[in-house]
Structure formats: structure tokens, C-alpha cells
Design a protein around this ligand. Structure first.
Ligand SMILES: [Zn+2]
Ligand SMILES: [Zn+2]
Length: 394
């Protein structure tokens, strides 16, 4: 189920106005006659066929996107005959018999009007938008930027932070059990990785002073080890424990851990939990007891980072994502792009979740950020948010 989430983007754009500049300027997108008629209809309803789209896609950017999506999304036998393509809220779908297939995502481009509207204190963005733009744009379309930002842009961390803060501020249910008094001994893992500027080291949680008003905030990393023989090199053992309490050299860590440390730092969190480093392994270690309370470790974490796209610790998750094609029609205030909102395929059935334990971690976490192949997802008790700003419930 997809939901409109325009209040979130309004707040986000208000806090970070530079984000709206990400929508590229009009680069001469053209529409065929059928599409330019359809785009003016609030419901955008058109009947065409793959053959027809082949012809019109020569001159029409929207037809080209539709044709590509049909080729990728529809089973071959479904591609012949007339195709009824229509808009369902922020998605363009095609109906074939009892099935509907999602083809494209549609976004209202944030523009000057939207910001002006917000500044003068009106919150009902979608209504005001319609009145201030020339053409009629439908009210039930998500406002958003058609392209994702670069993963090392400050904007990227700002979005992750906005997800966290929105949940902190508005979801009482998600806060339940977090930081209630007397939970320290029971819930916190024995050790955490402390990040102090460039110094990374292990600390005992019993030595952390969390008597202030804020409960101890740490992130926990959910990932797949990959080749165990390789992964073993990164373990904290009884031999390396003392050294790791003084410093853990970043250069000695696998790429996946370095990415997790980067995100933790960018989110302004001081502590991170990674099983390989925070549990003392081998003879004389505490794997048995710490593994036993791993469920508590994940459920007491402020947030879980899930390296969904990684098959092992030598993979990275802060990598360039594939570009997804978009067509931007500035005159209409609309952008169409490939539909990449697929939490089921990318996360649930993705590379990392083929390991049973990871599914448990998902169930235990109060909230999780998933770094997937095509985009980043947020999940908490109130649903799933995509980096494309699509909001879904299960
Ligand atoms: Zn067209
Ligand atoms: Zn929440």
C-alpha cells in the first residue's frame, strides 16, 4: 500500500532548500499528442499498445519510458494487444486482466511555489500548489525529486536524519521500550565501538555514563559475514582485545565496517555495535553469552543499519547507485521515472536476507535503514519509506 507523504517532504525542503535544486532544468522533454492530452487529465488514462508506443517513442519521452517499463515489467504474453495505462496516485500502472503492473513513478516537482507556500505558513501544500501553478496537477501525487542524490552528498545524510527525527518526534509506538530506566544491565551489549573524531576503539558499556536524560544511543549493524575464513581476520579475540580497547585502526577494517562507521558518524551517533568486533571471540571469549542476548542488542539499538546489498564484509554499501531514467515536464510540474520502489525484491528477497538470522534482526529492530542496490529504505513501526520519498505500509 502506497501513501501520500507530502508533509514530510515539505518539512524536509523547508529545512534543506538546496534539495529542490536537484531536479534538473527542463532539458527539452517532448510529448506526443496522446501523452500531452493525457498528462492534463487528473487521472492520466490512456489506451495504447506496445506497437503504438514503438512508433510514438521516437518523438515522445513519456512513451519511451513506458515502452521500456513494459518490456521490463510485463510478462511477454501480456505485452500484446491494447494496453490501458493509467495513474493510481503516484504510480503509473497497466491493467492486464486481474493483474496490474507498476510501470513508472510520478512526482510533482518541488518548485518555488511550494516553498513560498510553506514560508507563509500554509501546510496544505498540494492544494495550494494546484492554485499557484499554471496547469492542473493532481492533488494525490507525491511531491519529490525524480533523481536520487549522490551517496556522499550531505543531502543523503540529511534525509536519513530526517527519517530518524520524524520517527523520534511523531511515533510514540516506535519509542516504546527504548531507554526506559533500569534496562542497561539487561539490554545493552557488553561492548560498543566508540567513535571519537578519528579515534575508533572498543568500550565496555558498563563504563559508559548514561545517567543523563538521553538514553544510550548506539547503532547496530546487520550484515552477512560472507566467507568466514576471510571474516575471521576482523574478529576481536582475547589476543586483540586490549589493542582494540586502545584503538582499532580503520585501515585494518573491511570496507563494509568502514561504511557503517561513516554513516554512524554522519548521523551524529557516537556508538556502533558490530558482532565481529564487539564480541570477544575464540577461547576465553564471550561469544556464547553475547550471542544469547543478541536479540536484546538489536531491539535496544537506536537504529539498525542493514547492509542489504552486500554479500560479505568486503562489499561496500555506500556506493554509487544505478541511474534510473526520468522524464521531466517542467511546464506540467511533473516528472516520470522508472519505478524503483521494491522493498520486497530488494530487501526481503535481497542478497543479505538469504541468511535466516538477518530476518530475525529485522523483526527485533525498532527501526532499520536498509542500504539496497537501487536505493535506501527506512522501516519502523509506522511503515516503510523509500529514498524516492514513496511511503508504504506492509
Ligand atoms: Zn507519448
Ligand atoms: Zn517510527
Amino acid at each position: 500500500m502506497f501513501h501520500l507523504d507530502n508533509e514530510f517532504i515539505t518539512d524536509l525542503l523547508n529545512a534543506h532548500p538546496s534539495m529542490k535544486d536537484r531536479s534538473p532544468d527542463s532539458i527539452g522533454m517532448t510529448l506526443c499528442q496522446i501523452c500531452s492530452h493525457a498528462i492534463h487529465q487528473p487521472l492520466l488514462d490512456l489506451t495504447t499498445s506496445a506497437d503504438e508506443l514503438h512508433k510514438t517513442s521516437v518523438q515522445c519521452d513519456l512513451c519511451r519510458l513506458l515502452l521500456k517499463a513494459i518490456g521490463e515489467r510485463l510478462p511477454k504474453e501480456m505485452r500484446t494487444g491494447p494496453l490501458r495505462i493509467r495513474r493510481k496516485a503516484s504510480k503509473i500502472i497497466v491493467q492486464r486482466g486481474p493483474h496490474s503492473y507498476r510501470l513508472l513513478t510520478i512526482r510533482k516537482i518541488p518548485g518555488k511555489e511550494a516553498l513560498d507556500v510553506h514560508i507563509i505558513g500554509l501546510r496544505r501544500l498540494t492544494f495550494e500548489w494546484t492554485e499557484t501553478t499554471q496547469c492542473k496537477t493532481p492533488n494525490d501525487v507525491q511531491v519529490g525529486v525524480p533523481s536520487l542524490c549522490k551517496i556522499d552528498d550531505p543531502e543523503y545524510s540529511q534525509l536519513l536524519l530526517a527519517w530518524l527525527r520524524d520517527c523520534d518526534a511523531k511515533h510514540t509506538e516506535c519509542r516504546k521500550n527504548f531507554g526506559s530506566s533500569g534496562t542497561k544491565a539487561r539490554q545493552y551489549p557488553a561492548r560498543l565501538i566508540a567513535i571519537e573524531e578519528s579515534l575508533i576503539r572498543l568500550v565496555d558499556t558498563k563504563d559508559i555514563d548514561d545517567s543523563g536524560t538521553e538514553p544510550l544511543k548506539y547503532l547496530a549493524l546487520s550484515y552477512t559475514w560472507g566467507d568466514k575464513a576471510v571474516h575471521k581476520r576482523y574478529f576481536t579475540t582475547t589476543d586483540t582485545y586490549e589493542q582494540h580497547c586502545t584503538t582499532i585502526p580503520k585501515a585494518s577494517l573491511p570496507k563494509l565496517f568502514v561504511d557503517a562507521l561513516t554513516i554512524t558518524q554522519n548521523l551524529g551517533i557516537k556508538y556502533l555495535w558490530i558482532d565481529a568486533l564487539c564480541i570477544k571471540q575464540g577461547k576465553g571469549g564471550d561469544w556464547e553469552t553475547e550471542a544469547e542476548r543478541m536479540h536484546a542488542t538489536f531491539s535496544a539499538a537506536y537504529c539498525v543499519l542493514a547492509a542489504s546489498r552486500c554479500a560479505g564484509t568486503n562489499d561496500r554499501f555506500l556506493v554509487k547507485r544505478p541511474q534510473h531514467p526520468s522524464a521531466l515536464f517542467r511546464d506540467h510540474g511533473l516528472a516520470f521515472s522508472e519505478d524503483i520502489d521494491d522493498f520486497q525484491l530488494e530487501v526481503i528477497e535481497g542478497t543479505m536476507n538469504r541468511r535466516g538470522w538477518v530476518l530475525q534482526e529485522r523483526a527485533l529492530a525498532r527501526r532499520t535503514i536498509y542500504f539496497a542496490e537501487k536505493q535506501t529504505y527506512w522501516e519502523c513501526g509506522q511503515g516503510i519509506r523509500c529514498e524516492t520519498l514513496t511511503k508504504m505500509t506492509k
